[in-house]
Design a protein around this ligand. Structure first.
Ligand code: SAM
Length: 284
């Protein structure tokens, strides 16, 4: 499957190295009342890209197309300045919202290829324009950050190779409070199996929320999963990515302003040998 590049305003000179492919389902959201909403390279304004707070990832059938298998997808248009050998994502920010963490990780992890994944089209468009603007104004930077619209509950493994990711971030996910909606949550046994499949051995899964009951759900599900083990408190304390996920996401900042708590945990994806060892201990 190939991706379409955004169509620039004809009057503008567009630098292809700063461009990220358009957001599926939002190819035409460039003008409002005859005015261009965000000229190429400008920083977008959030007010034009807000949308309904929650999307239901289970009934989400917005005709999003996706590759049959990761080999069919070309990441080069998302990271035009990276060598093609390193253009597949190594760090993903699932439900990246307005992209604060995605952008921060780009500079914090300069050797990583960072991808924000977001289901809401306008929100994703905001992140796309935000990164394009940063690439434009700080030439050479942010070339390792991009975003893509996707329902990760359905399509993650269509895009990601097994054993390809160093880090997965799930920050302040939608809590889906009602028991009947718990199956919409982004952490479940089956989804953890997909995350383990995409992560490299010893790679890390970062989870943070301000909802205590959801945090307990995260711990219960991930502790029970044979492919994950908690990282030690020391290791978490020394990880700059933990500080970033606490402090720089848009939701994290909101929680900070309201004075509420943030609950987090980081898990290591166990290598197969360790899982086999634990299973054999268990069977004794
Ligand atoms: C509460 S926001 C948190 C945004 C961001 N991580 C932050 O901390 O500021 C959760 C985000 O996850 C997105 N989301 C929910 N389900 C998703 C899915 N299945 N695939 C991709 N994004 C999803 C929502 O659209 C929303 O933007």
């Amino acid at each position: 499957m190939s991706s379409t590049q955004s169509s620039p305003n004809k009057k503008q000179k567009v630098d292809a190295t700063t461009t990220i492919p358009t957001i599926q389902g939002l190819e035409d959201y460039s003008f409002r009342d005859g005015e261009e909403i965000t000229p190429h390279g400008a920083m977008p304004q959030k007010k034009y890209y807000r949308s309904r707070a929650h999307a239901n990832p289970l009934s989400f059938n917005d005709n999003l197309t996706y590759p049959t298998k990761p080999d069919d997808f070309d990441w080069q248009p998302y990271y035009p300045e990276l060598p093609s050998s390193s253009s597949a994502p190594t760090v993903i920010d699932i439900g990246c919202g307005f992209g604060g963490l995605t952008v921060e990780l780009s500079t914090l992890l300069p050797d990583a290829t960072v991808l924000g994944l977001e289901i809401r089209a306008k929100v994703c468009e905001y992140v796309r324009l935000r990164i394009m603007s940063l690439r434009e104004t700080e030439k050479g930077n942010y070339k390792n950050a991009a975003c893509m619209r996707s329902n990760t509950m359905k399509n993650l493994v269509n895009y990601m190779h097994p054993n390809s990711l160093n880090k997965i971030f799930i920050c302040f996910p939608d809590p889906h409070f009602k028991a009947k909606n718990h199956r919409r949550r982004i952490v479940s046994y089956d989804l953890l199996t997909e995350y383990a499949y995409c992560l490299k051995p010893n790679a890390l899964l970062y989870l943070i929320t301000d909802v205590k009951a959801l945090h307990e759900w995260h711990l219960e599900k991930t502790d029970a999963h044979e492919m994950f083990a908690r990282l030690s408190d020391d290791a978490m304390e020394n990880d700059p990515c933990v500080k970033a996920m606490i402090n720089v996401t848009e939701e994290g900042k909101k929680v900070e302003r309201s004075g509420s708590n943030k609950y987090f945990m980081v898990y290591r994806r166990l290598p197969e040998e360790e899982v086999a060892l634990e299973t054999s201990e268990f069977l004794k």
